[in-house]
Design a protein around this ligand. Sequence first.
Ligand code: SF4
Length: 958
Amino acid sequence: MSLPITETRSTCPYCGVGCGVVIESQGNQITGVRGDPDHPANFGRLCTKGSTLALTAAAPITRQTRLLQPLQRAHKAAAAEAVSWDDALAFAAQGFARIIHEHGPDAVGFYVSGQLLTEDYYVFNKLAKGLIGTNNIDTNSRLCMSSAVAGYKQTLGADAPPACYEDIDHAQCIFIVGSNTAYAHPILFRRIEDARSANPALKIIFCDPRRTDTAEIADLYLPIQPGTDVSLFNGMLHIMLWEGWTNNAFIAAHTHGFDALKATVRDYTPDLVAETCGVSKADLFTAAKLFATSPATLSLYCQGLNQSSSGTAKNAALINLHLATGHIGRPGAAPFSLTGQPNAMGGREVGGLANLISAHRDMANPVHRAEVAAHWGIASVPEKPGLTAVEMFQAAADGRIKALWIACTNPAQSMPDQSTVRRALARAELVIVQEAFSTPSSCDYADLLLPATTWGEKTGTVTNSERRISRVRPAVAASGQARHDWSIAVDFAQRLERLLQPQASHLFPYSLTDASAGVEAIWNEHRESTRGRDLDITGMSYAMLEAAPQQWPLKTGDAAGKARLYGDGRFPTPDGRARFVNTVYKPVAEPRESRYPFSLTTGRLRDQWHGMSRTGTLGRLFGHVAEPSIQMHPQDMARRLMKDGDLVHVTSKRGSIVVPVQASAEVALSQAFMAMHWGEEYLSGVSSIGEPLAGVNALTTSACCPDSKQPELKHAAVKILKAELPWTLLGMAWLPQDAALAARASLKPLMKAFAFTSCTLFSGNTPLSPSGGSSGHERCGVLFRAAGHEAPPDSVLATIERLLDLESADTLHYADRKKGQRRAMHLHRIGERAELTGFVLSGDTSAQAWIKTLLQDELPAQAYGRLLLLPGSKAPVAVQSRGRLVCTCFNVTDVAIREHLAQAGEATAGERYLASPDDKLASLQGALQCGTNCGSCIPELKKTIRFMAPADAQATRV
Ligand code: SF4
């Protein structure tokens, strides 16, 4: 008898939109997920990532990728061995106590995550600042949101996004800048699409160096040069002043500092700004006019502004525009910073950064420190500023930080300047990694690994971009011996407290045996810390959150939270006025120059999340982008005689990697793009002097914004040269899900045997259950690619074949040692039909296109016989690829989409001619179903429609 299905309401663990989900489970297994129709962030919708959450929690994946018990290494190079929780935490507490005793509290550091829940964050913050007495606690939100925090505080007086999602419905002009919203915040983008349909008068401006899918919705696209945003915003203000479009009454009544800014922007003439930013004067004028003269302008912005050496100035210069035009505090009018991570906001609320303390208080303010000390019942909170993310790893690399505690983040993938980060992790005496997954590269450096619960198991709260706090609820019990993040931190803190201050009162009195009581007690303590602050939530309770998510502030006595802020024109500054910041444009920290002539930018893929610990477990989510690559403008490639798939050396002042190149019309001349996700886990190799190559962040710079200390991940000067690596290898095999993940883990050490390697998953073409369904067993394969100067030893190739299950007696083999060539093929025969289930081509991969298609498209292979084994062989009949997946929900490829559009375009007399883009989209959706489930592919469908339309139909709409 099957177990009953239980439904649990929770939130998606990926981006800052904070969508509500309904998790289906049977017994202790998550079996499905769907959008929560009652959650105000998404009203039932989920994107590709959210809708596949249940698949990532399937048992075969959990077995292969989760950290299921505490592990300890005797020394850095030793294998990790299982230990009990008691021994693990005793070891951790004794290690920290010894280092604190010998070197002082600032010899330890905590690096935590915007994916922790608010309660987890609160405990870590109290542990560092309240118990140990160091402010060395920072978070990966430093890489994500700290410029937004500093920008809001400098201008509006508090770190509070003043808008809500509903403002998208009220805006008459939406200014999307430095944000690929279509990929990074897909469900919010669906809302923008809805607003556009409902209101034909809505104008949308999109500003970004890359013409991403987000541009598809824009009336005006500004292809800004990297890092020149401050110049653009100042130039727009210059035009607004010249044309009389500023709101002088608002400026006079609610702000100060405008005169100084006015004097500054006088120099930002349209000629100068157009030249600096690479946009036309006409477009600059149009942008200024639309922004200023619209009845309500809403700016949506993200990492393009934040991840910059002038990130705070960029944020402030944009907010200046809102203050100058009065576009704030009204429905549809606000500067709205979109948070990248699911709980970057919650982390900020509890003061989880090195320069903050609880409830948006400042570490530098003695009154704030005294308030928090009183709240925690301690004598004082340390005054000395803590080390921010980049500083903390630099200090560990220099030997000043001796112990590092890393929770729920993977600095060995996500931090810039990986060589410094890896030096830090190798040098620190004690590295503790608290993680749900065993796969992140940071785990390789840990002396102690502590297994944590994750989505579907966790309990607590998160806050999304619009200040809305939602409950995260467990649908199933913890996997293996995993414990909640807050519970691990509390248990450790209680032990450390006994070692450091045996006489002291107990700072961490939360129940470890009753998780519900423990987590609520922590939240209640956090709630009390907000009393009288801008984010006051003293009128909220866990019971209230059980009923529905709530926005802050919600003070004692209030019936509901505030949807939008500053409607009364009063700001949380000493005099109640907002402040213009006198922003001055400064170029990127590392300008392009003759030796490094390209500007490399990084960003998200549509279907992957951060270091891919979770999304990288599903072949399906590699359908849209299958392998790592660097994108360049087609002309830049042609000039360098490069073609798609060629390997190139990409080199910055900090490091070098080898990666395939791909032409992209999205990327401007002299620029290049690489997805932020590709770390050493998926893209690796070894340099000619034997140094390991560690993913895209081997190249990025740790140059930071002086105010926010956020590094400039959006620009690094690089050179790109063709790599001459004549020996190549491609291996692919269908494997059961758990075997595929096990094979990938076993292949990882081999990635250092070659000058270039990448290792990803792929999925098949069988129809999928778009909701994530209940199977969790869709077909999965491993794709391993390598290149080098010469063939590796046969033993290495034999190991690759074995790991791809190509050593059975019926596997066909070919080898020519002299030529360094070798092939292995496995055909599965059923009657007359044979299917290729796995192959390795080594030495010569020129036949990869048709052999790869035979396998991945599951085509009959019986006709190809010995050709499969012959190097340089061509298929006797054309093997047509189904193409690249565009719609992941219904397995619709770019080839199928183009074919349908071509047929629809040809239909004339007697049939319905599809004239408008909307008609064509509807036709595609009707015929192929693409874009009818999660909607993530709709921008790409629209782009394809535009590219296939006659040129005169592609003109800019403004
Ligand atoms: Fe999750 Fe997608 Fe919603 Fe973001 S937009 S919270 S990734 S479902």
